[in-house]
Design a protein around this ligand. Structure first.
Ligand code: NAP
Ligand code: 8YV
Length: 318
């Protein structure tokens, strides 16, 4: 339990032991959420969080000396950044250090889904190759990819698809002046014109079920969905129905609405590739993410500027 003198960092769960907990414990007491009490709350200067548990107004209201919430991840949909801003609390995330890693995984998931790589791997392991060749399957050739969310990661994905000779179009709320690719103001219109939809927008209420039954139907029976954003962006029940009925050809999913719980109905589908939210999960990239969490917290608690404040955090201070 922290002694009164020593400032503390509240952990909403394990963040990244090798980097975050190890470095922060050199200067601060690390306080697990379950040890938070009236006696310990005053010592808390920062929260380090990794999407486990919500950092909301109620939690922040218990921490009179809270200065910063350091989010491990570029997506911070489990942090109420608007409430934090109201309280003068800085929220930081880990942008850019993971763009290439997540884009690599996205291409891998797209190729695995369209070329049925896990299914073919199982075919060999089950000894079925002895009875004949693996059936011919779908191709990436001749397809156009629609990217929902042409941000930092969306652009890295598009660059990779250029190398594959695959045309790319996109939908976001605004056309991006620095993006010289066909822009769709309507997601539905884009879904009608493409045969692959890659989802890479933030999670949260504003994007909840953006990809619904109508969008899936517009993608069509030769359509492929790749979700590397957040599970909440896709209506999972509509997706299941589309995959089961053949309204959609296949899906590659790295994220789910109730992680780590995945609806069992997906397990029996041979036209779905399922991953356990591994977009950024390499030693290389997670270490960089962890270091950014530490550097943001140390900077702010040393009275310096945060390195990567989120959009909702008014910085520089007015
Ligand atoms: P970013 O640079 O902020 O890009 C987000 C893009 O989404 C922007 O182009 C934005 O454009 C667009 N967008 C936001 N809200 C939208 C809406 N309601 N409708 C349509 N487009 C919308 O973010 P990023 O760094 O690329 O990361 C994107 C997300 O990927 C993260 O928030 C996280 O959820 C997810 N992610 C997943 C993994 C993984 O492991 N699978 C890893 C990293 C990130 P406009 O503002 O013009 O709409
Ligand atoms: C992280 C991610 O794995 O950065 C994000 O938004 O989804 C991933 O990089 C996740 O946030 C940490 O658990």
């Amino acid at each position: 339990m922290p002694d009164q003198a020593r400032p503390a960092v509240l952990l909403t769960g394990p963040v990244m032991e090798e980097v975050v907990e190890r470095q922060l414990s050199a200067r601060f007491d690390l306080l697990p959420l379950e040890a938070l009490s009236d006696a310990t709350a005053g010592a808390v200067r920062a929260i380090a969080t990794r999407g486990k548990g919500r950092v909301d107004e109620a939690l922040m209201a218990r921490l009179p000396n809270l200065k910063i919430v350091g989010n491990f991840g570029v997506g911070y949909d489990t942090v109420d950044a608007v409430a934090a801003a109201r309280r003068g609390v800085i929220v930081t995330n880990t942008p850019d250090v993971l763009n290439e890693e997540v884009a690599d995984l996205t291409l891998g998931l797209l190729l695995a889904t369209v070329r049925q790589i896990p299914q073919a791997d199982r075919f060999v392991r089950d000894g079925r190759w002895l009875k004949g060749a693996y059936p011919l399957g779908p191709t990436l050739r001749g397809r156009t990819v629609g990217i929902l969310g042409m941000g930092r990661i969306g652009k890295a994905i598009a660059r990779r698809l250029d190398a594959f000779g695959v045309p790319v179009v996109y939908h976001s709320r605004r056309q991006q002046p620095d993006v010289d690719r066909p822009y769709y103001a309507s997601l539905l219109d884009m879904a009608r014109d493409v045969s692959v939809l890659v989802v890479i927008v933030p999670g949260g209420a504003a994007t909840r079920h953006l990809v619904d039954a109508a969008v899936l139907a517009a993608l069509g029976p030769d359509g492929i969905l790749i979700n590397v954003a957040r599970g909440t962006v896709v209506d999972e029940a509509a997706l299941l129905a589309a995959l089961q009925s053949g309204t959609l050809l296949a899906a590659g999913l790295d994220v789910f609405a109730q992680e780590p719980h995945v609806p069992e109905a997906f397990f029996g589908l041979d036209n779905a590739v399922l991953l356990p939210h591994v977009g950024s999960s390499t030693h290389h990239t997670r270490a960089a993410m962890g270091q950014l969490v530490v550097d943001n917290i140390l900077a702010v608690l040393d009275g310096k500027d945060p390195l990567t404040p989120v959009a909702e955090t008014p910085w520089p201070k007015a």
